[in-house]
Design a protein around this ligand. Sequence first.
Ligand code: GP9
Length: 414
Amino acid sequence: NVTLKRIQELKGNDYVQMSEHENFGIAKDRNLIVIQIESLQDFVIGKSINGQEITPTINQWLGDSLYFPDVYQQIGSGNTSDAEFLMNTSLYPLGNQATTEQVGGMQLPSLPHMLGDEGYHSVTMHADDVTYWNRDELYPALGFDDYYAKEFYGEKDTIGFGPSDGLFYERSMDALKEISSNHENFYAHVLSLTSHTPFEMPEEKKGLRLPEAYEGTLTGNYMQSVHYADQVLGDFFEDLKEAGLWDNSVIALYGDHSGLHGKLLKSEDQDLLKDFLGERYSLLNRFNIPFIVSVPGEKEVTGVVDHIGGQIDMMPTLLNLLGVEPDTIYFGHNLWHYSENLLGMRYYVPTSSFFNKETFFIAKNSRFDERILDLTSNERIENDFENPSSHFEDERKDILKLLQWSDAYFESLK
Ligand code: GP9
């Protein structure tokens, strides 16, 4: 008996129908283009190294967009595919196994299904083999009308997993032109790939002049590959404008998960990142991803919104702009409208870890000590863990309830 009202109340919000939110439908009947960038973390946005911006395309675009700088990844062990699931369902991923292992034969309540009811044609685009992460089962379950995968993009200009993002965007653009000429409205979920670990770029695609200390390090390579991802994103944006698809679309972008983490990070990387950030590279920096939404021509839909959010909030935020009232259960909320939040985490930190408005509470297990990070200072804060009345304990229980509800709801859909 999970209801939207109960979900929102548990997170500390009064439930209000989407259609009563401010700016509901401000982008009604526009196409929707959602770009998921591989390994993109927020800490590079707006930053320069050696006097060169790392993401100049994104930085310039921010001025015409809503930028949510305080959004965190919530994926489980399904990594990129969990991010696809979260974005399109606003349900929690399963955690210890890739959610895509369980979706075969299901019909999930989802963004493609909801937009399908509004007459949208929906496609998803990714230059890898479609069986990777069981996407051949995920895409029908999500209700995409079509997908574009490895056989469409070919194997030329390969970097790491597949063809370069440059080639990927060019071919995707060809497909989008055709889709838009055959359908009144479309939704395209566009998933980049080049900035995947180990971030090793061919010489001719290295656009940054890095300081010597960064050369050949994981951190330097990461910056180099993100710089490339941003550069070809800029070409894609220009092509969308030229094709007349920019002005009548909502364009959103986010990072699927961190690129700099775990055993990959050597002590030299920690030092470089500390130097670059001006503070230690913490779990907050690691999980913080950008979320950017633009409705070209709508001045009202611009600015920095510092509400704490997660990948679970992306679908409701976009549905609000498109003026579509969800007809199913979802666990996020429209991030533009709500400033309170309670976000569950699992797998990469112990289940029942969470973000609230001010803090990141990391629960205890065999690998982690219980600890709390202040979202503003990025420092640890003290809690009386023995005191059962601590509000962290209440929120921790609420998060467990939310995760349980999401899992039970998912199970009921089988
Ligand atoms: C695989 C690609 C990367 O198709 O999306 O997945 P990841 O290893 O980042 O989960």
